[in-house]
Design a binder for this molecule. Structure first.
Ligand SMILES: [Zn+2]
Length: 194
């Protein structure tokens, strides 16, 4: 859990004092024995995400894991299942988000945090935003992933380009007809924004 970056505190985490902090004055221990005990008993979500990633580093798997937490409790977890399920979108974060939405019965995960064994790729980052997850914790980063063959730098580059400038051919056709779906949406008084 104690990665180099991103450990700004949080439930059940200890923070190492930085160099510029002076020696703290001794104070009585906080009167929260139950909360502290709970934090120590609960599995660390990032430890679990990494364990899942290691377990998934096998033929048919992918070395990525993710855990979703709400109110300090683990909701669910996921491991990469692209090859085993034949689903190119089955990244650990997506697997976990789908499971959390199913368990919690909502597409709105704004009271959840996600712990990923690696910095989410652009697809997963997009899904995290759509799910409104409030915080992301990650262990390895995109450079660590690129070093073992999972290089998504080209995706970041592509996203920044205009559609006509991307390597992926993108042509725009039938805009007027396409807009009719949006008009139907606006005309539906029962539409539910998401
Ligand atoms: Zn991903």
């Amino acid at each position: 859990m104690n990665s180099d970056a991103g450990d700004q505190g949080g439930k059940g985490r200890r923070r190492k004092p930085s160099d510029d902090e002076t020696e703290p004055t001794p104070v009585p221990a906080p009167a929260e024995p139950d909360a502290k005990q709970q934090a120590e008993d609960a599995p660390d979500p990032m430890e679990l995400a990494i364990r899942l990633a290691k377990r998934s580093a096998k033929p048919g798997g992918g070395p990525f894991g993710a855990v979703i937490v709400r109110d300090g409790a683990i909701v669910c977890s996921g491991a990469n299942a692209v090859v085993s399920s034949g689903d190119p979108t089955a990244h650990a974060e997506i697997v976990a988000i789908r499971e959390a939405a199913r368990i919690l019965g909502t597409f709105d995960l704004s009271d959840c945090e996600i712990f990923a064994s690696c910095e989410p790729c652009p697809m997963c980052l997009g899904a995290i935003y759509w799910a409104r997850i409030k915080r992301v914790w990650y262990a390895c980063d995109r450079d660590d992933a690129a070093a073992v063959g999972f290089d998504d730098a080209f995706l970041y580059d592509e996203i920044e380009r205009k559609p006509s400038k991307r390597k992926l051919p993108m042509r725009r056709v039938l805009r007027k007809k396409g807009l009719k779906a949006f008009q139907a949406w606006l005309a539906n008084p029962d539409r539910r924004a998401y």
